[in-house]
Ligand binder design. Structure first.
Ligand code: SF4
Length: 172
């Protein structure tokens, strides 16, 4: 899948933390980065395409899989999760380590693509009730991750510390 929303939020959170720490170090005002709605839209588009078109042909998924199998970004255990199928996850795409992001699944999803440009999006070989169910599962799981992760971060104070510029204002 192009991106899992939980992973997108995690990346954004880390960027907020890094920029906040850099701003504090340089004593300049911290401006949170824009939320990556474009990545979330890309993910939703791929799931909707999957619901309508279904999986790519076996020929396409086999070719994608052969490229992944010889790629150094493929990890059987990623983010503490081991793929039960032994194929693994991609550590370059930001998809995370969930069931939909496992390369055995991702390589079959028409709207998915390789972040290194080794393989691209394609068309599905035909939608079915199963593809609608898979896409719905992916979207519901992502929405749940979104709600869970969004509750954890205050983009204005990502490091859990008071903004030094506010302290200055209070002290003055
Ligand atoms: S999706 Fe691309 S970068 Fe990721 S493991 Fe497969 S070939 Fe490598």
């Amino acid at each position: 899948m192009s991106d899992d929303n939980g992973e997108v939020i995690q990346e954004w959170e880390e960027t907020c933390k890094r920029l906040s720490a850099e701003s504090a170090e340089k004593n300049i005002p911290y401006v949170p980065p824009p939320f990556p709605f474009d990545k979330m839209k890309q993910y939703l588009r791929a799931e909707i395409q999957h619901a309508v078109q279904g999986e790519v042909s076996k020929q396409v998924s086999d070719l994608r899989m052969s490229l992944c199998m010889s790629c150094p970004s493929r990890l059987v255990t990623y983010m503490g999760v081991t793929d039960p199928d032994g194929i693994g996850f991609c550590d370059a795409c930001g998809c995370g380590a969930n069931k939909r992001a496992a390369l055995g699944t991702k390589t079959k999803i028409a709207g998915a693509s390789c972040p290194k440009g080794l393989w691209g999006t394609d068309t599905g070989a035909g939608g079915s009730m199963a593809s609608v169910k898979d896409a719905a599962f992916g979207i519901i799981a992502s929405a749940s991750n979104f709600v869970k992760n969004m509750g954890k971060i205050d983009p204005m104070n990502p490091n859990g510390q008071n903004d030094p510029t506010n302290e200055n204002k209070q002290a003055g």
